[in-house]
Design a protein around this ligand. Structure first.
Ligand SMILES: Cc1cc2nc3c(=O)[nH]c(=O)nc-3n(C[C@H](O)[C@H](O)[C@H](O)COP(=O)(O)OP(=O)(O)OC[C@H]3O[C@@H](n4cnc5c(N)ncnc54)[C@H](O)[C@@H]3O)c2cc1C
Length: 468
């Protein structure tokens, strides 16, 4: 089988590259081994997880808000089988959508495991070889497992294993307080599990803004999620009906299930990359430049297999860029405005620099403004006043450096910050613009006003510290 562009992997990186290349006139083949297209994100990542987040949010609303708003629904009761049907239905609709898009764009999906045979051929297990002029590698990532005694118990699952549960575990231990661990901790606590997080670093979501991480830890504690920071898991004992998890200095916790969420590694092995000269590192993934070109001129790499970010939207953008370059255009990836959404309760979303990064890079020339949701009318009427918006800028020219938010719907709101950073806006552009009233989006303008010492809706014109 011959084509102009062959794409290895049909996740966000792969299917986007395939569609974009086809749009630009390429005869395109996408090779993916799973029964549905969409990769980790659509099948076992972003989409099913956020379908559960939606169920968790509905429970919260019914539990904490409906009554206050005058809507009587009684005590909420989780029907987990129906929640899973909903999740599976959403996944089916989305993965089916990618298959339809392939048909509409004339992309051929070859089902099977691919491996480079030479620099212009991918051999597909059990199928025909695919010969190409240009290729995009988008094989994604896999969940890491630390070498801890007892972690091979069937009660120790990764995120895919947790999403496949048909019963809510009574007691869940989450190993790893990163994004995936915290999202599942937040969901399962709302589903009724007793949740314990064990994290070896001193904060949750280690790469995120300190105040955001501290606010999340505070709210998790309020929700009775047990946090053990700066503690290592040392051993897991499977007692048949349950687990005993050993951690820290001789501490233990009993659990029915353990989620191992200590990070994901790039899927780069057994692809024949060494033989064709595509350089990679087993931990960091495939080396690719801003054009997403690898060390072999006509082969590109995108997404988790070649990325620092491990996000679906970075994979989408990298894929567009790779496909455009493969088709003779000139495109580069600009990582200035990468949104960092975290679907915990409360949600976190950020773009640009954290406050700590800004202070490291700009020293004393940094101004920060924090606007709490409790002062926003829309948040108050939604009964969602936890958290704040933080605006960070450098004080010489007023350039906006970052926006960090914790609270209601911030994963949707962060796009305003993305556009502002991409446009190299000043804080005045944000603070002097108009935002519809009453909306949550006013929080972003208000944080800018606070940073400029011009707050209207706060008793103090300037509040420099987050409420965490
Ligand atoms: C639980 C969870 C929740 C997440 N939530 C979010 C979120 O909310 N937002 C977000 O931005 N990101 C989220 N992510 C991360 C996101 O899923 C990934 O960043 C994204 O899927 C990466 O896309 P990709 O195309 O690089 O790889 P993948 O989506 O992993 O796709 C790779 C595809 O390649 C196929 N493949 C691999 N090797 C071969 C081979 N040799 N032959 C044929 N096919 C092959 C795989 O089967 C797979 O289908 C989440 C991840 C997890 C695990």
């Amino acid at each position: 089988m011959e084509c102009d562009v062959a794409v290895l992997g049909g996740g966000p990186g792969g299917y986007t590259a395939a569609i974009r290349a086809a749009q630009l006139g390429a005869n395109t083949v996408c090779i993916d081994k799973e029964p549905e297209l969409g990769g980790t994100c659509l099948r076992v990542g972003c989409i099913p997880t956020k379908a559960w987040v939606q169920t968790a949010f509905a429970i919260k609303e019914a539990d904490e808000t409906f009554g206050k708003l005058g809507v009587k629904v009684g005590t909420p009761d989780l029907d987990f089988a129906t929640a899973n049907q909903w999740k599976d239905g959403v996944v089916k609709q989305m993965t089916g959508g990618v298959a339809s898009l392939f048909k509409a764009n004339g992309v051929d999906w070859v089902k099977g495991t691919g491996r480079f045979k030479d620099a212009n051929t991918i051999a597909v297990e059990g199928g025909e070889d695919v010969t190409f002029k240009q290729a995009v590698i988008a094989t994604g990532s896999y969940p890491l497992r630390p070498p801890i005694e007892g972690l091979d118990s069937p009660r120790c699952v990764d995120s895919t294993g947790l999403l496949a549960q048909s019963e809510v575990p009574r007691r869940l231990v989450v190993l790893g307080g990163g994004i995936i661990g915290c999202e599942f901790a937040s969901i399962l606590a709302r589903f009724g599990s007793e949740v314990t997080i064990i994290e070896m670093l001193p904060k949750l979501i280690p790469m995120e803004d300190d105040d955001a991480a501290a606010e999340l830890a505070k709210q998790f504690k309020r929700r009775n999620i047990a946090l053990h920071l700066e503690k290592q898991c040392t051993k897991v004992e499977d007692r048949g009906e349950s687990l005993t998890v050993h951690f820290g200095d001789g501490e233990t916790v009993e659990a029915d299930l353990m989620l191992v969420a200590v990070g994901r590694g790039p899927l780069v092995e057994n692809l024949g990359l060494e033989e064709i000269g595509v350089e990679f590192d087993r931990r960091k993934g495939i080396a690719a430049d801003e054009h997403r070109r690898t060390t072999v001129e006509h082969i590109y790499a995108v997404g988790d297999c070649a990325g620092y970010w491990q996000l679906a939207h970075t994979a989408f953008r990298e894929a567009e860029v790779a496909a455009e370059n493969a088709m003779g255009h000139e495109a580069v990836v600009d990582n200035r405005g990468v949104p960092r959404p975290i679907y915990t309760d409360p949600e976190i979303a950020a773009v640009g620099l954290t406050e700590q990064e800004a202070r490291e890079q700009y020293g004393d020339d940094v101004e920060v403004g924090v606007f709490p949701w409790v002062a926003n009318a829309r948040a108050v009427m939604q009964n969602e006043t936890v958290g704040w918006v933080k605006s960070i800028h450098e004080s010489r020219y007023g350039e906006l450096l970052g926006v960090v938010m914790v609270g209601p719907h911030v994963t949707d709101l962060i796009e305003a910050g993305v556009v502002a950073l991409d446009a190299e806006s000043t804080v005045e552009t944000v603070a002097d613009g108009m935002t519809a009233h009453p909306t949550l989006s006013e929080g972003i303008k208000e944080a800018g006003l606070v940073a400029l010492g011009r707050a209207i809706h706060l008793p103090n014109r300037k509040r420099a510290k987050a409420t965490a």
